[in-house]
Design a protein around this ligand. Structure first.
Ligand code: PMP
Length: 450
């Protein structure tokens, strides 16, 4: 445990302070209406797990820019790699030419992707592009049109990926028609089982539906190119499926020649304490997507496919910016740090946080469920533990109050607080986050007389 006092969190001017207010007012004049903004945080700089706002307030970051700042903010080794790369060349187009950092990232991704089969990788810029690439490769390789995804899934906002997304209706409203041939089935959400059953006596009814209902009556299995699954559902509420769920899903895929695509945009690159969430259950997906934490905040996304699946022809897919040399150097530095320092830390601190959050659950009625792996932890808030009535307003209140006390959190699902800090946090960061979280839970419980 660190003994040296940290300079954060420290709130001197209740946020949003005057400078933040001025920036927000200016932003409002020009920003497109679709921006949502979680709370009025206006950032000046970051350092590790610390974020400083424009008024000099310092926060403890437990959301890492939606699970992106894997190595913390502006890690010196990542910054050095970026500066070195930027001074050499900013762009040459990895789709058409060669450079060592691109090849280096492709190679490393093929080495760390789950499973032992030889792999091939493709680089884009974002998570949604990775999902687009996965959809295209799956259709190309199988010559089949249909896709299966899950209720609560989030795969991105471009039209193909959006067609797989089924997280919040407002993300789809007004944008149709979306991709035809997408069928959603329930996810293995045991806390809110869609069949009102209990694991393991349920016999994974949420998967049986594929063979008992979907393939029999609606979508012929031989027309399905891929089943696209988040090994831990992210935006849908940090939902961890039971241990045998993904291997059973893979078995069904194999039986019908369907590709298993694991979307690890949020759960990958060490966040769960292993390279990929799939690794925890020995799943070898046919295609895995990654982005977010891959380059510590520089835009970079990828798919890694089994070599025998990566059959698309030259020129069938590409990207002008994908695998940008600066982003690739940032990724190489990130992967090095994650491998040698941060993945183990994520496992350790994640374990510690889970134990402590379960303790908090014992004394705070608002907490209905605590679940997660490594530093991907969801705390589901309920108004009543028996009825599991969603504490949606209270969730927002908890997050806002935490912000005012210097702890940056984000929600997911309707009523889940996510803990997704940089993988660099130490025990003192964890203890501070827990203390603030506990305090705001108590406040909200008392005020709402829950
Ligand atoms: N897939 C998953 C699992 C995600 O969590 C996200 C982003 N939240 C995406 C895809 C889309 O990523 P991006 O916003 O980089 O397009």
């Amino acid at each position: 445990m660190t003994t040296q006092a940290k300079s954060y969190p420290a709130i001197h001017t209740p946020p949003p302070g005057p400078k933040a207010q001025a920036l927000i007012a200016e932003d409002k004049k020009y920003a497109s209406n679709c921006y949502i903004k979680a709370y009025p945080l206006a950032v000046e700089r970051g350092d590790g797990a610390m974020i400083e706002d424009v008024d000099g307030n310092r926060y403890l970051d437990f959301m890492s820019g939606i699970g992106v700042a894997t190595t913390g903010h502006s890690h010196p080794k990542v910054v050095e790699a970026i500066q070195r790369a930027a001074a050499k060349f900013l762009h040459i187009c990895g789709t058409d030419f060669f450079y060592a950092s691109l090849t280096g990232v492709l190679r490393k991704l093929c080495e760390i992707a789950p499973g032992k089969s030889p792999k091939r990788a493709f680089l884009g810029n974002t998570g949604t592009e990775a999902v687009e690439a996965a959809i295209k490769l799956a259709r190309y390789h199988t010559k089949r049109p249909q896709l299966i995804a899950f209720a609560g899934a989030f795969h991105g906002r471009t039209l193909g990926a959006l067609s797989l997304t089924a997280s919040k209706a407002k993300q789809r409203t007004g944008f149709g028609p979306l991709l035809p041939g997408v069928t959603h089935i329930p996810y293995a959400h045991c806390y809110r089982c869609p069949y009102n059953l209990t694991y393991p006596s349920c016999g994974l009814a949420c998967l049986q539906v594929l063979e008992d209902e979907i393939f029999k009556r609606r979508v012929p299995a031989e027309e399905v190119a891929a089943i696209v699954v988040e090994p831990i559902q992210g935006e849908g509420g940090y939902v961890v499926p039971p241990p045998d769920y993904l291997s059973e899903l893979k078995t069904i895929c194999q039986k019908y020649g369907i590709l298993c695509v694991a979307d690890e945009v949020q759960s990958g690159i060490g966040r769960t304490g292993r390279w990929f969430a799939s690794d925890h259950v020995g799943l070898e997906p046919d295609v895995v997507t990654t982005a977010k934490g891959l380059a510590s905040g520089l835009p970079l996304g990828a798919i890694v496919a089994r070599a025998d699946v990566s059959t698309w022809s030259k020129g069938s897919h590409g990207s002008t910016f994908g695998g940008n040399p600066v982003a690739c150097e940032a990724a190489l530095a990130t992967l090095e740090l994650v491998e040698h320092e941060l993945m183990g830390n994520a496992a350790r601190l994640g374990h510690y946080l889970m134990i402590e959050l379960h303790r908090i659950k014992q004394r705070r009625r608002l907490v209905g469920d605590v679940r997660g792996l490594g530093l991907m932890i969801g705390i589901e808030l309920v108004r009543d533990r028996d009825t599991k009535e969603r504490a949606s307003n209270e969730t927002q209140e908890v997050i806002l109050r935490a912000f005012r006390k210097g702890l940056l959190l984000l929600d997911c699902g309707e009523n889940v607080v996510r803990f997704s800090p940089p993988l660099t946090i130490d025990q003192e960061d964890a203890d501070r986050a827990l203390a603030i979280f506990d305090e705001v839970l108590a406040e909200v419980e008392n005020e709402r007389a829950l």
